[in-house]
Ligand binder design. Structure first.
Ligand SMILES: Nc1ncnc2c1ncn2[C@@H]1O[C@H](COP(=O)(O)OP(=O)(O)OP(=O)(O)O)[C@@H](O)[C@H]1O
Ligand SMILES: C=C(C)CCOP(=O)(O)O
Length: 268
């Protein structure tokens, strides 16, 4: 596409290499994580409203969205014994996980399109690999995402299955994708929006900022719900590795974050 506008009329930026904002919409936020394959429609609509208005008024000009699995990916992965480290050689299991995730992706895209956000899908299963086995680094080629951004689109990636040398297909979490995208695209800011208002200390209070894992490790747990990718502890560990400032926040923090303000817990 070489026109000056994106798919639904969003103006593309003059500087195709300007650093993007990378935003993860947590599966806990946009789905009911305790009921298989159930959206939280109100939460998803509110998140899409915030994204649409930040793009429309220019608070954000280049945005990559990633969403998690919630009750779409995690239940299937868990039923098949597949996680970020345990793989499967069963194509049926891969299809159960991937199909659930593409169905959720479709729902996210539809809600964004209804608000004129020029969102297009990027499916990690078709792109990505762990070339050195389950403990190896994730290889996520970014040329399609970067080019889509430069052409005025909002790429929407999601947690998915990922080809893994020696293990078949494992799970790649949205959190891992956020880190790869942030590093590879030189993100300006990173936001992780979940059901909690931030990373909580052992008294349940939001920790304003985190700069070391050890300082908060005791307060960090896994997810309350079925989750094969490590919950909050894994999130904080991965976000600490980034150069770009990252924020973990709840639904109420999304709009301030997109407007460039601090929200929830800042992780640097
Ligand atoms: N110290 C903590 N502070 C905040 N949340 C915590 C903490 N320890 C554990 N958690 C859990 O982490 C969850 C958020 O992580 P989770 O991976 O479930 O969210 P998500 O990214 O929205 O979902 P998904 O992985 O499906 O995308 C919270 O709902 C809470 O249950
Ligand atoms: C379970 C699957 C397939 C996706 C996991 O992504 P996450 O919810 O971001 O951890």
């Amino acid at each position: 596409m070489s026109a000056d506008r994106g798919a639904s009329g969003t103006e593309r930026t003059d500087d195709a290499s300007a650093p993007p904002v990378v935003l993860k919409l947590g599966g806990s936020l946009i789905t009911d994580k305790n009921r298989p394959e159930t959206l939280d429609d109100a939460a998803l609509a509110a998140a899409c409203d915030a994204v649409a208005s930040a793009l429309a008024d220019g608070a954000v000009d280049r945005l990559v969205v990633v969403h998690g699995g919630g009750s779409f990916g995690h239940h299937h992965a868990s039923e098949h014994g597949v996680s970020t480290t345990a793989g499967t050689a069963d194509a049926g299991a891969v299809m159960d996980i991937h199909s659930a995730m593409t169905e959720l992706n479709r729902a996210v895209l539809n809600r964004l399109h209804e608000r004129d956000v020029p969102a297009v899908p990027v499916h990690p299963l078709s792109l990505s690999a762990r070339l050195e086995g389950p403990d190896g680094d994730l290889d996520l080629p970014l040329s399609s995402t970067a080019t889509l951004l430069g052409e005025g689109f909002v790429p929407v990636l999601h947690g998915d299955g990922v080809a893994t040398a020696g293990a078949g297909v494992t799970v790649v979490s949205g959190d891992e994708l956020v880190v790869e995208l942030a590093v590879g695209l030189g993100a300006r800011r990173v936001g992780v929006c979940s059901t909690v208002p931030g990373v909580l200390d052992s008294d349940g209070e939001v920790i304003p900022s985190i700069d070391s894992f050890e300082a908060v490790a005791d307060a960090l747990g896994a997810s309350d719900a079925t989750d094969v990718s490590g919950g909050m502890a894994a999130k904080v560990r991965e976000l600490l590795a980034l150069d770009a400032p990252a924020h973990v926040f709840g639904a109420a923090g999304l709009e301030p974050f997109l407007r460039g303000e601090d929200a929830g817990t800042r992780i640097d």
